[in-house]
Design a binder for this molecule. Structure first.
Ligand code: ASP
Length: 432
């Protein structure tokens, strides 16, 4: 059997949901649909999830969310009406949700209602059974999947039956609604695929697969036909946003293949993500922007054991979790997301580290980006060299290079201002 996950653009309105129906009925192995909340219908439109977060923010500030909630309610009512779904019990659900958001039930509750209502309407339309994710998906406080989930799903799902399940949320062991991080319906799809030992996990979106580079920057970027689990996680980590990097974990040990497909062009083959890819060479390049860099130096820094750990603990106390690291004999460089700490937090942290650990120097600089190139290990050395050559030719400064930490990727630090030009230049050199 096949588990299908449909993203926000695939369920953005009634016409899109009709496409979902025809995709599901084209192959009877497609027995479970995991759905997102309605996404944007055009580039100026709002995502329902964003509006729900907005409602919660307004309530927290003591303001009314009526106006924003009405936009949400209107959107769902329109979809339900156009699909011929009974509006009577549906209106009651909207009232209840509005009441709970107003009562301060919190961000996770509010955000989860987009997927809940979307799945509810789609299940009525398809006449497939609705399963509330809160009854089957158990999420730990650190947003990882609790193993009890698989027991619950095994008890709830009957082989051969057809179900619609909302993505993105579940409940904690204490019974409190909790969401995954943004884009988390991909994780729900993977969980259900594992629970049912699916032969395939289809992930339906609005593009025909994962591109070798962001097509908004590199217009002629090609689609990757096949890549490995490892590569997709690495490409997602450096900013490629088609598939959530945490969605590999649930199916990792079963080796279930994932196919990224286009709801608007179902005939396109899309990208196959496999435990190991048979494709040789480099697969893609992406750039993660919005990074800052901590640089610290002290003679004989590593002489004292446990130093790195102590420094990292201090960073954590100030709310900074580095995403990339580099170590020298007397120095460390850490990249972290700039939004993790304000300038005043950064300067207090530097002060404290400098005095407590008697550092020779420490600085935090903003405006960095990290470019990641993925592919098979054999291709990495030349890929790295070619990428650096392309950057140097354009006069783009290379701030750092990290090859070897993973055999399927290389990470190159650059200035954020150069991100677009760097991506275009490296794409051209590696794939053009
Ligand atoms: N609707 C949620 C979001 O916008 C989750 C998802 O679509 O996967 O992040």
């Amino acid at each position: 059997m096949i588990v299908c996950k449909f993203g926000g653009s695939s369920v953005a309105d009634a016409d899109q949901i009709r496409k979902v129906q025809s995709i599901l009925s084209a192959d009877e192995r497609r027995q479970v649909a995991v759905v997102s909340a309605p996404g944007k219908r055009n580039k100026d439109d709002d995502k329902i999830t964003d509006l729900l977060y907005q409602c919660n923010d307004l309530v927290r500030k003591g303001q009314s969310c009526r106006q924003v909630f009405n936009v949400i309610a209107r959107r769902f009512s329109e979809i339900a009406r156009a699909l011929g779904v009974e509006e009577k019990d549906f209106a009651g659900k909207l009232d209840e949700i509005r009441y709970q958001i107003d009562a301060g039930k919190g961000a996770d509750y509010a955000a989860s209602r987009g997927e809940y209502l979307s799945a509810y309407i789609i299940s009525k339309f398809l006449k497939w059974e609705f399963i509330d994710a809160a009854d089957v998906i158990v999420i730990n406080s650190d947003s990882t999947v609790n193993e009890a989930t698989y027991q619950r799903l095994a008890e709830r799902l009957e082989k051969g039956k057809r179900y619609v399940i909302p993505g993105f949320y579940g409940e904690t062991e204490q019974g409190v609604l909790k969401t995954f991080t943004r884009g988390g319906s991909d994780i729900t799809g993977a969980i259900v695929s594992r629970a049912l030992s699916a032969e395939l996990y289809e992930n339906w979106t609005d593009v025909s697969g994962i591109f070798r580079a962001d097509p908004r920057i590199v217009e002629n970027a090609k689609v990757i036909s096949s890549m490995s689990y490892k590569e997709v996680r690495e490409l997602a980590d450096v900013g490629a946003s088609v598939f959530h990097e945490e969605a590999i974990a649930p199916i990792y040990h079963l080796g279930i293949p994932i196919n990224i497909k286009n709801t608007n062009k179902p005939e396109d083959k899309g990208t196959m993500i496999l435990p190991e890819s048979s494709a040789k060479g480099l697969s893609g390049v992406s750039v993660r922007t919005g990074l800052s860099m901590i640089k610290l130096r002290k003679l004989m820094l590593f002489k004292k054991s446990g130093m790195r750990h102590a420094l990292l603990t201090m960073l954590h106390i100030f709310g900074i979790r580095p995403c990339y690291s580099l170590f020298g004999i007397d120095s460390i460089v850490w990249f972290f997301e700039s939004k993790m700490a304000s300038d005043s937090v950064c300067s207090s942290m530097c002060e404290r580290l400098k005095t407590e650990y008697k550092l020779d120097s420490i600085s935090v600089e903003h405006g960095y980006a990290v470019m990641g190139i993925t592919g098979t290990s054999e291709a990495m050395g030349k890929g790295c060299l070619d990428a650096i050559t392309a950057l140097c030719k354009k006069g783009i400064e290379v701030v750092s290079v990290n090859q070897g930490a993973s055999d399927t990727s290389v990470l190159i630090g650059i200035r954020e201002k150069d991100a677009k030009e760097a991506l275009a230049a490296v794409y051209e050199k590696l794939f053009g």
